[in-house]
Design a protein around this ligand. Structure first.
Ligand code: UN1
Length: 495
C-alpha cells in the first residue's frame, strides 16, 4: 500500500501530528489506494509561509515563462493520461472513459493557461489631459487557497491551480479528502515541469481541519472553492473576517426541457448521459426532466427502456456504464431522497435501491432511479441530490417549462431540446442559469468557455476560459504624466 505525503516548500512531508487516513476504492471498499497525512492547522501554517516567501520571486517571473512551464505540464499530462485516468477511477469510481475526459479537460486547461501567459491583456486608455498616458495592467495577488471536490479530481483542480500560478500567485492546495491520489499526481507533474519550490503546496485532510485553516488564515489572499452550497456559505462568512477575495462554484439542480417538436432520440441520449453519467455526481448533472405532455408517454417508455439497460459496475471494466457513489454517506443521502420522493407522492418507476449482484457487493452502488408525477414544489424537484436520480415533471408549454426550470435556488446548467429556433432563443433569454445548452445535455462544459452559475450556485465569478483570469489577478491603474507640470484631473481641462 502506498504511503503519500504533503508537499510543502519543495519537500514531501508527513502531517505534523503523524496521523493518516485511508483512501479506498468506492467500487471495492476492501481496496486501499493509499494512506495520506491527516493534516491540521500547523501544516497549513507552514504551507502558507512557504507560499508567501515563494511569491516574492514567482511574481517577478515573466508570465510567458510561467506559461512555458504550464506547456510542459500539459505535455507530461498527455503522456500520463492513461495512468492518471486509472488512478482516478480507482479512487473516485467513475468509468474510465469519463476519467480520461477529466484528464483531457486538465490538459486543455494547461495549454490554454500556457498561451494566456503571452496575453494577460490589460488596457491602454486615452487620458483626459495632454502629455499623460493611462493604462490598467494585471498584477499577481499573493497566496491562493485552492479547495476542490472529488467529482472532477483532475479537471477542477487544474481550472484553479493553472490560472492561479500563471497569474503569478502561489498556492496552498487542499484536494478533496476522497480523491487525494489524483491530486498528488498533479503536483508531481507541476514539479517535474519546473515549478519552483514553494509555489505549489499540497495539504491533505478534511474540510474542518485543513479547509477552515486555509480560509481563516490571515496571510491567504484569495480562496477558490468548488463544493456544496452549504459549505460555500460558511466559507463566504469566514473569509469576510479577513476580506479575502472568494470564488465559489456551488450546487446545481439542472433541468433538461424536451419540447414536443424535439428529436426524441437525441433528447434521450442527452438525458441518459446528463442524468446518469458520473453516477449523477456532477454539479451540472441533469436532475430534472421537464417533458412536454404531447410526447410524455412515448418518451417515458423510451427512457425507462434505455435506463434499464445501463450496467452498474467497476469503472475500469469496459462493460460498465455507471460506477458507484463516492462513499457510504453519499449513497445514504441518495437513498434518503428516494424515500423522501415516495413520501412526497412521486411515483418511483425505476431503481430506488442499492445495486446488488455480481461484482457489486463491496461497492457503493445505487441503481439508476427515475421518479415521475413529480411536482415543482416537491423537495426532490428543488434540492440537489448528487446521485443517479432523475425527477420527471410534465409541462404543457415552453413558458411553463422555463418557469419550472427556474423554480430552484440554483442556476448552473440548463438544456432544451427543440427544433424551433424561436423556442431556443426564448430559452436562452429567459432561463436563469450560467450555462444553457440547445439540443445538448446539461453536462459537457469546454475548458475555454466561462463556467459558473447564477443565484445560489455561486457568487458571481466564472471559472474557465478568459474569465477566470479576472479572479486570479488584480487590476492596477497606472497614470504617467510626462508634461513636466502639475495637471489636475477634472480641473485643468479646457472647456
Ligand atoms: C461539475 O459538474 O462539477 O460540464 C463540473 C461538465 C464538466 C465539468 C463539470 N466538463 O459536466
Amino acid at each position: 500500500m502506498k504511503k503519500y505525503q504533503n508537499f510543502i516548500n519543495g519537500k514531501w512531508v508527513d502531517a505534523k501530528s503523524g496521523q493518516t487516513f485511508e483512501d479506498r476504492n468506492p467500487a471495492n471498499w476492501d481496496e486501499v489506494v493509499g494512506t495520506f497525512p491527516k493534516s491540521g492547522k500547523e501544516d497549513v501554517d507552514e504551507a502558507v509561509k512557504a507560499a508567501r516567501t515563494a511569491f516574492e520571486k514567482w511574481r517577478l517571473v515573466p508570465a510567458p515563462q510561467r506559461g512555458n512551464i504550464l506547456k510542459k505540464v500539459g505535455d507530461i499530462m498527455t503522456a500520463r493520461k492513461e495512468k492518471i485516468a486509472r488512478t482516478m477511477t480507482r479512487e473516485m469510481g467513475k468509468v474510465i472513459v469519463e476519467t480520461r475526459g477529466d484528464v483531457q479537460e486538465g490538459i486543455d486547461t494547461a495549454y490554454y493557461a500556457a498561451s494566456e501567459g503571452r496575453r494577460l491583456f490589460g488596457h491602454t486608455v486615452p487620458s483626459e489631459l495632454p502629455n499623460k498616458f493611462n493604462m490598467a495592467i494585471r498584477v499577481p495577488i499573493g497566496v491562493a487557497g485552492i479547495i476542490t471536490p472529488w467529482n472532477f479530481p483532475m479537471a477542477i483542480p487544474t481550472w484553479k491551480v493553472f490560472p492561479a500560478i500563471l497569474c503569478g500567485n502561489t498556492i496552498v492546495f487542499k484536494p478533496a479528502h476522497d480523491t487525494p491520489a489524483t491530486a498528488t499526481l498533479l503536483v508531481e507533474i507541476l514539479m517535474e515541469a519546473g515549478v519552483p519550490e514553494g509555489v505549489v503546496n499540497i495539504i491533505h485532510g478534511g474540510g474542518a481541519d485543513v479547509g477552515n485553516a486555509i480560509v481563516d488564515h490571515p496571510d491567504v489572499d484569495l480562496i477558490s472553492f468548488t463544493g456544496s452550497t452549504a459549505v460555500g456559505k460558511k466559507i463566504s462568512a469566514s473569509a469576510s473576517q479577513t476580506l479575502k477575495r472568494v470564488s465559489l462554484e456551488l450546487g446545481g439542480k439542472n433541468a433538461q426541457i424536451v419540447m414536443d417538436d424535439a428529436d426524441l432520440n437525441l433528447a434521450l441520449d442527452g438525458v441518459l448521459w446528463g442524468a446518469f453519467g458520473t453516477t449523477g455526481q456532477r454539479c451540472t448533472a441533469t436532475s430534472r426532466l421537464l417533458l412536454h405532455e404531447k410526447v410524455y408517454d412515448k418518451f417515458m417508455s423510451m427512457l425507462v427502456d434505455r435506463t434499464q439497460k445501463l450496467r452498474l459496475g467497476d469503472g475500469l471494466l469496459a462493460t460498465t456504464d455507471v460506477g458507484p457513489c463516492i462513499h457510504e454517506g453519499q449513497r445514504k443521502t441518495v437513498h434518503g431522497y428516494v424515500e423522501l420522493g415516495q413520501q412526497e407522492g412521486a411515483r418511483l418507476v425505476l431503481g430506488g435501491s442499492v445495486g446488488a449482484g455480481n461484482g457489486l457487493s463491496k461497492g457503493w452502488f445505487y441503481q439508476p432511479t427515475i421518479f415521475t408525477d413529480v411536482t415543482p414544489e416537491m423537495r426532490i424537484a428543488k434540492e440537489e441530490i448528487f446521485g443517479p436520480v432523475l425527477s420527471v415533471i410534465r409541462v404543457k408549454s415552453l413558458e411553463e417549462g422555463i418557469t419550472v426550470l427556474n423554480n430552484t435556488i440554483y442556476g448552473l446548467s440548463s438544456s432544451i431540446y427543440t427544433k424551433d429556433v424561436n423556442s431556443a432563443f426564448k430559452a436562452i433569454r429567459d432561463v436563469k442559469a450560467g450555462i444553457t445548452y440547445i439540443n445538448a445535455p446539461t453536462i459537457g462544459a469546454e475548458a475555454h468557455m466561462p463556467f459558473g452559475g447564477v443565484k445560489q450556485t455561486g457568487n458571481g465569478h466564472r471559472e474557465g476560459g478568459w474569465t477566470v483570469y479576472d479572479f486570479f489577478s488584480e487590476w492596477k491603474t497606472v497614470y504617467i504624466d510626462y508634461s513636466g507640470g502639475l495637471q489636475r484631473a477634472q480641473i485643468d481641462i479646457e472647456e
